[in-house]
Design a protein around this ligand. Sequence first.
Ligand code: NAP
Length: 308
Amino acid sequence: MKLSRRDLLKLGAGAGLTAAVGGLEPIAAQFPGQAMQMKTIPSSGQQLPAIGIGTRNFRSQDAELSVYRETLATFHRLGGRLLDTSPNYGDSEDVVGGILRDLGIRDDLFVATKVDREDREGGIRRMEESFVKLGGDDFDLMQVHNLRGTEVQLETMKAWKDQGRFRHIGVTTSSENQYDAVEDVMRRHDLDFVQVDFALGNRSAGDRLIPFAHDRGMAVLVNLPFGRGRMFEAVGDRPLPEWAADIDAKTWAQVFLKYVMAQPGTVIPIPGTTKPHHAVDNVGSAMGRLPDARLRQEMEELMDTFMA
Ligand SMILES: NC(=O)c1ccc[n+]([C@@H]2O[C@H](COP(=O)([O-])OP(=O)(O)OC[C@H]3O[C@@H](n4cnc5c(N)ncnc54)[C@H](OP(=O)(O)O)[C@@H]3O)[C@@H](O)[C@H]2O)c1
């Protein structure tokens, strides 16, 4: 039986989750009168919270399904909407799709997935499978994963967008050696989104790709905003700098995420997390103030000393 969120709340399960990890109320209470930072997708005008969630590590062999479920329930309850996955992440699409159905939140979320095949038929099969696994009649965003078969996949994706199966389309990379090729694709195709790796400790995409996306009217999803955890290792147990209070950052994670979402243009980090308390921390980064250009430079200089 499919349980909607309303059913779960009726059963009291929602209340249990709220008690376990803390709800939106405590976060909002820390920022009286302040709403969540929102971003506008240039091509469609749709508004999204400035923080998403990546689900690369939602794999059933980890036997943590109840924790993943609580992570997504927490993310959603706190106001998170954008979720990124891929058929390339083990059985993440199956796991995520099952949880979204179970919680009855599929239609609330902005679901982004990817296609990771070189050939046309393989790409079509893969995208049809994603519909079955993740549910729904359309996807908010379909992306070519790491530029695999870009030209043939974009042809199908554009046709399906015209048919209303995809609301937005884009391409992804997480590797600097693909930046020139990504820029070339951005120049030749009218994409809605591009996804790149970018972080306070990994700023190459900020030199050209992110400003170019802004010029071309494309939104940017930022993967690896924590450098897969390397940023936490670099700061170690150092206390937060005094300026963290000026941008309402209470943790290093919030410092890293606010740095990303404060970039000019529509730039939305999608930190990967499998933990409810990290979902609380990460969604909290979209509350309160963001660093201006002067402070962002100070943040960069400090991070460079940590990573030297
Ligand atoms: N080419 C591509 O298209 C591409 C490539 C890579 C990634 N992606 C997408 O981008 C997403 C993000 O990348 P990623 O997950 O590889 O790397 P990431 O976001 O840089 O880092 C994830 C790591 O940070 C930890 N973490 C999350 N929130 C935290 C917090 N508040 N405090 C401390 N640690 C925290 C996570 O652990 P826990 O799980 O324990 O929270 C995990 O170990 C992926 O999930 C995927 O959706 C796309």
